[in-house]
Design a protein around this ligand. Structure first.
Ligand SMILES: [Zn+2]
Length: 200
């Protein structure tokens, strides 16, 4: 499974680089430049299921909190509550929250390990992709085992590559937008000029 750090990074990237129509417009955290808090929290919170596991000894991790039903229910409820508090569009916030929470399931699905119980409570079975994109972090070896460094190094490299790609894509989009504004201005200017010539 990817480390919690990578889930947090995924949340941060989604909050920052998703196309603007997918991010609620009057989303208050954006205004105060704290737009990392909500996405990072939603993208990581499914893994807090290790807390009841630690307290009770019953196996919860990658169970119900990683199922499709829970993803939908959690996103519906948390978006409804947050949209009431922040007085913003429920529909927009729900879509945003669903994408963020689903990132946890998608990343875990493509990671080494047992997989996730996608179809709980209907089917008590782990599912994982046949093609794996992440080496597993084996917490059974302890929190600070040297083998974790391999996963962390891989995730760090992936973060740097992703960051480069996303910033370059954003710069390309900004350049394209500037070019089209300049073209529109030239077109508008020509139109005005031809109108004034006709009048004269
Ligand atoms: Zn997880």
């Amino acid at each position: 499974m990817p480390s919690p750090l990578f889930h947090a990074t995924a949340g941060y990237f989604l909050g920052k680089y998703l196309p603007t129509h997918l991010i609620p417009k009057s989303y208050p955290f954006r205004r105060f430049d704290l737009n990392i808090l909500y996405p990072v929290f939603i993208a990581t919170c499914a893994d807090f299921d290790f807390i009841p596991q630690m307290l009770t000894g019953i196996e919860f991790h990658r169970g119900i909190s990683h199922s499709l039903i829970f993803t939908l229910g959690f996103s519906l409820i948390i978006s409804w509550v947050a949209s009431k508090i922040w007085k913003i569009s429920y529909q927009h916030l729900f879509r945003f929250t669903l994408i963020l929470y689903s990132s946890q399931l998608i990343l875990d699905f493509f990671a080494e390990g047992r997989g996730i119980k996608l179809f709980l409570p209907f089917l008590d079975q782990f599912f994982k992709s046949p093609i794996l994109l992440f080496p597993g972090v084996h917490y059974s070896l302890g929190w600070f085992h040297p083998s974790h460094l391999v996963s962390l190094a891989y995730e760090l490299l992936l973060t740097v590559v992703l960051y480069q790609l996303l910033t370059q894509w954003q710069a390309y989009k900004a350049q394209k937008a500037t070019l089209s504004t300049v073209k529109n201005n030239i077109h508008h200017h020509r139109k005005l000029k031809s109108k004034s010539t006709l009048k004269n």
